[in-house]
Design a binder for this molecule. Structure first.
Ligand code: PLP
Length: 391
């Protein structure tokens, strides 16, 4: 058998959106209406999002990164403040701290869940610590009980980075309803898409009002918040905000997608269990650990390579899968190893578990628009490649 034969004719990406006619009609409908930017569809989408996760408020942003920036502003993070986050995440989870002049502090991950380890968080807390940003890596909820205990003890604000976790549950509670603020992203590879977009959900009215102002120049028209009032045209700028608004075009797409969120999640869970079943006894690879009291939203399916049982390294194995038209990927380069962070002074060796895991992981294709046949192709390709590189 040719070890390099493509398993399939077309390249299967690791993730992509699913847009149907209903989504297209929803967008076209907005284009024919009165509002293009922030209008009634944004308000509607926000209400639906708040209902979906079980939070009081939802404030949308132009993307998830802007939403995290807004959350850091609302949390009062400023120069000299330290914020603890996971190294095993996308750069935005830490960049949002830098935007506010704060200092990202990386606490190492748990070897089993790949999420930030509460014991490591505890060791990094100082009198400058202001907040914790746990990231629900792959959609598997972080140890929120332990993190909330630490936050209570040290009076810290919790901002969940739930970009991977729309629909996930922590001990029967929906992610998005639990902490001070929670961010979701609507980038096309995430659970639902608005093209670009993000949201903060919260139960706190003060945060809610700050977020609304922050995304629109720091401007208010609320008479109760203004120093003067010259007339109906009058507004005041209270602080230096940004233009981070979502458009009605995007919100209409988001609303239409949200209706399908449960279906999308069920498909992700089905494909993940097919992978789990296929790989649980395969020597050389470790399937993702599942917490029994949580429901992962399965944004990513990450296999861990057992280096001592394989002759090839991660790069060779990844390339062999790409040669078979399977779009595998790697999540994530530990944030502080990125050149920008290295120049800020973060040193290699800071979070050994995250660095070790980074060398061993491969993300398999997982998205609702793929088929069971696609999943079977991935399984066949992985088994062939792992077999080739087994010792
Ligand atoms: C996608 C993502 C973000 C940023 O979201 P955008 O909408 O792309 O700005 C932040 N954190 C994590 C973990 C993500 O995966």
């Amino acid at each position: 058998m040719d070890q390099n034969r493509a398993i399939r004719e077309t390249f299967l990406p690791y993730g992509r959106q699913w847009i149907d006619q209903e989504d297209i009609d929803a967008v076209v409908n907005v284009l024919k209406g009165d509002f293009l930017t922030t209008g009634p569809y944004v308000t509607k989408f926000e209400q639906e999002l708040a209902d979906f996760v079980g939070a009081k408020y939802a404030v949308t942003f132009s993307n998830g990164t802007a939403a995290l920036h807004g959350a850091c502003y609302a949390a009062g993070i400023g120069a000299g403040d330290e914020v603890i986050t996971s190294p095993l995440t996308f750069a935005a989870s830490a960049n949002c701290i830098l935007y506010q002049g704060g200092k990202p502090i990386f606490a190492d991950i748990d070897e089993q869940t790949y999420n930030i380890n509460p014991k490591e968080i505890e060791q990094k807390i100082t009198d400058k610590t202001k907040a914790i940003i746990p990231v629900h890596f792959t959609g598997q909820p972080s140890a929120l009980d332990e993190i909330h205990d630490l936050a209570k003890k040290h009076q810290l604000i919790i901002i969940e980075d739930a970009a991977h976790a729309l629909g996930a549950e922590y001990k029967r509670r929906k992610i998005g309803s639990i902490s001070d603020m929670t961010m979701f992203s609507f980038h096309p590879v995430k659970h639902i898409t608005a093209g670009e977009g993000g949201v903060i959900t919260t139960n706190n009215k003060v945060y809610y009002e700050k977020l609304i102002q922050f995304r629109s120049h720091g401007i208010t028209r609320d008479p109760n918040m203004m120093k003067e009032n010259h007339g109906p045209w009058y507004y005041e700028m209270l602080f230096l905000g940004y233009n981070y608004r979502l458009t009605d075009i995007q919100a209409a797409l988001g609303s239409s997608q949200l209706k399908k969120a449960d279906k999308f999640l069920a498909l992700r869970m089905n494909y993940a269990s097919m992978y789990n079943e296929a790989f649980k006894n395969t020597s050389g690879i470790t399937i993702p650990f599942q917490q029994t009291n949580c429901q992962s939203s399965w944004h990513l399916y990450v296999l861990r390579l057992e280096r001592d049982k394989l002759t090839g390294n991660r790069k060779e194995i990844l390339q062999a899968l790409i040669n078979k038209n399977i779009g595998v990927n790697v999540h994530y380069i530990p944030v502080y190893l990125l050149p920008y962070y290295q120049e800020l002074g973060y040193k290699q060796g800071l979070c050994p578990q995250a660095e070790k895991l980074y060398e061993q992981v491969i993300t398999l294709p997982l998205f609702p628009a793929m088929t069971e046949n696609d999943v079977s192709d991935v399984i066949e390709a992985v088994k062939e490649v792992i077999n080739t590189y087994s010792n």
